[in-house]
Ligand binder design. Structure first.
Ligand code: GLA
Length: 644
């Protein structure tokens, strides 16, 4: 069975609406509702006094209507009584401003009072509903996002640093405090990276991000374990990709029973489809290849800077199928019924303000029917032969002050690499630089400014074992402490695999374009490098770099390693990736992904992103409609079962 449904907040409505909800959920084939995400003030109206009667009634009603429940712990939005009783548990910004209630996400994960309150409400819910027949899974918290720089945080950060570095001496060494008279003489002097005068210490910044990620994991584990004492249903929390949450999502992936993500594209049209694939491929990768779940999407929500754009007719199906194609076990939305009051009154929903007699609800109901027909696909997986490397340390390293260029965009680089592969019709995994990469025939490292010794060694081993690696500029320039690699970049084992040595980095001026020897254009960055065994494929044609290598290729062991030392524009970059992969053809505009089951069955998901109809090689049975299909209309989707 595939899941279909969304966040359900019945506490915003009355009985007449609940009755209509029951009928409309049946019509839309809803089988999973996420309940209680923001219900703390109702569930625990005063500290220690619980009121579950209303939730009992809704869970029983949903169950009677064949809708399972993804039961949330409400800890992302503590009620006003909590703030007033525990003002020290409110988050403090980097500038020292303490936030109060009136929105959501107002909590400090380092505050003992908050942690206790969160654990207590999670335990109380699990005690009451752990065995409830409606409960299919647990949704801990909501998108752990809040960062805090308060005194509780400072104390917890010091404990974490003691554990990581062992001694103050080691901390001073790691953070390079010999520079700018930053040497710490006692642990009490060490602070979280609060607002300061000029460049912040980079090591302090990076360690703070790592610390915060560990703190989130600890807070999640506490709730998860309290739930597990009373329930055997899977426990998850929803991730928001790619960079909304300052978390090591690989690490979070190891803690949850099921990876769940929320996804709201940040541009319409083809970009939204590419962004869907980007999010879905990351989700599947964090899940270690296992199926995962799209926990939230919008029926009509595309965030575009300072506005929310509507989706086009057919987008709800295309985005839903885009996620399921890449391993999601269904599609849920935020939210079931559009709120008539409150902060997200204008956020889209499955049942809009206009009610069931609306384009949106009709599309939702049709998508629900289509998803229901995909039941046999559940549990099947997707395999990829190409990986893009992602590491939270490398991301956070590119955020520090004092880097040589403002054009170094971590997620932008990953997105670009993924987009070039997506446009070429290649299914992509994400992998960590220290993962076993041997199953991939091609690996792209777009932005590993920070690369650990183990990571550099692993990449060397990957190439020598027969892999093809593309490394992009400014990679492996620092180690895991953000200390520069001396004697030439990148880290020695990677240098050996690449057969090059970078001597000097030369960022380009804002807006400056340079031209390489084949006429391709590049921006942002250039490097003076010399080959040490690699062949030069392209050279620079400007200034002191004229005639020097810009793109190199090195046969090493059984494999080969490419190094691109500049920011090729999108076209050149995409052409390079398809050239390395040996794909000559123009992109067809039809996205095709296959899910395989362990018993040998497979399903081909097709999405026609072009404005013209595409004929299939032969007529086939389309699971989405239950009818034969021989042609995909513009924007059309199909799911074909491949025979054994
Ligand atoms: C997130 C949250 C939801 C809602 C949506 C709006 O994903 O989890 O509660 O705020 O954003 O897009």
């Amino acid at each position: 069975m595939m899941f279909f449904g969304g966040d359900y907040n019945p506490e915003q409505w009355d009985e007449a609406v609940w009755k209509e909800d029951d009928a409309l959920m049946r019509r839309a084939r809803v089988n999973l509702a996420t309940v209680g995400v923001f219900s703390w003030a109702l569930l625990e109206p005063e500290e220690g006094r619980y009121d579950f009667a209303w939730l009992d009634a809704h869970l029983d009603r949903l169950h009677a209507n064949d809708v399972s429940v993804n039961l949330a712990t409400p800890t992302a939005s503590p009620p006003p009584w909590f703030t007033l009783a525990h003002p020290d548990a409110m988050p403090v910004t980097q500038d020292g401003v303490r936030h109060v209630h009136g929105s959501r996400d107002t909590y400090c994960l380092a505050s003992p009072a908050y942690r206790t309150a969160a654990r207590n409400i999670a335990r109380a819910l699990a005690e009451r509903y752990g065995e409830h027949p409606a409960v299919a899974m647990w949704h801990v918290h909501n998108e752990y996002t809040t960062l805090c720089w308060c005194d509780h945080t400072a104390a917890a950060f010091r404990d974490w640093l003691r554990e990581r570095h062992g001694s103050l001496e080691a901390l001073n060494e790691a953070w390079g405090t010999a520079f700018w008279s930053q040497r710490y003489g006692s642990w009490e002097q060490v602070l979280p990276p609060r607002a300061t005068h000029w460049h912040q210490n980079p090591g302090q910044h990076l360690d703070f991000r790592r610390f915060w990620s560990d703190l989130v994991l600890a807070a999640f584990r506490e709730q998860r374990d309290a739930i597990r004492e009373h329930s055997d249903r899977p426990v998850t929390t929803n991730m928001m990709l790619p960079g909304y949450q300052n978390l090591d999502l690989w690490a979070l992936g190891r803690e949850v029973d099921l990876i769940a993500i929320d996804h709201y594209p940040d541009a319409p049209g083809l970009d939204a489809a590419a962004d869907t694939a980007f999010a879905a491929d990351r989700a599947r990768s964090f899940a270690g290849g296992r199926p995962w779940l799209l926990m939230e999407q919008g029926t009509n929500t595309v965030y575009d800077g300072d506005r929310i754009l509507g989706k086009e007719p057919g987008d709800i199906l295309r985005h839903t199928i885009g996620h399921i194609a890449r391993g999601s076990e269904g599609a849920l939305f935020f939210q079931w019924r559009q709120s008539r009051a409150g902060a997200e009154t204008w956020h889209s929903a499955m049942v809009p303000h206009a009610g069931a007699d609306s384009r949106v609800f009709r599309e939702v109901a049709a998508v629900g029917e289509a998803v229901e027909r995909l039941g046999e696909v559940a549990g099947s997986t997707v395999t990829a032969q190409v990986a893009v490397l992602h590491d939270a340390d490398a991301w956070w390293a590119l955020e520090v002050d004092g880097l040589p260029s403002a054009d170094l965009d971590y997620h932008g680089s990953l997105r670009r690499a993924h987009r070039a592969l997506w446009d070429a019709g290649v299914t992509v995994d994400f992998a960590h630089p220290e993962h076993d990469l041997s199953r991939y025939r091609f690996v792209v490292a777009p932005a590993l400014f920070l690369l650990s010794d183990a990571g550099a060694e692993n990449l060397r081993r990957y190439v020598s074992g027969g892999g093809t690696l593309l490394v992009q500029h400014f990679t492996g320039f620092v180690d895991e402490y953000l200390h520069a690699r001396l004697g030439g970049y990148p880290a020695a084992p990677l240098r050996e695999a690449l057969g090059i040595r970078v001597e000097e980095y030369r960022p380009l001026r804002r807006g400056e374009h340079i031209v390489l020897s084949d006429g391709s254009r590049a921006t942002a960055w250039s490097e003076l490098l010399r080959t040490e065994g690699a062949e030069t494929v392209l050279t620079y044609t400007h200034g002191m770099l004229t005639g020097r290598p810009a793109l190199t290729r090195h046969r090493f062991g059984q494999g080969e390693a490419w190094y691109l030392s500049t920011g090729l524009d999108d076209r050149g970059h995409a052409a390079l990736i398809t050239r390395i992969l040996g794909i000559g053809r123009e992109p067809s505009g039809v996205e095709s992904v296959t899910r395989h089951s362990t018993d040998g069955r497979s399903w081909q998901f097709l999405l026609n992103h072009t404005a013209t109809a595409i004929s299939l090689p032969e007529s086939a049975h389309d699971l989405l409609t239950g009818a034969p299909v021989s042609e995909l209309p513009p924007g059309g989707c199909a799911v074909l079962r491949n025979s054994l």
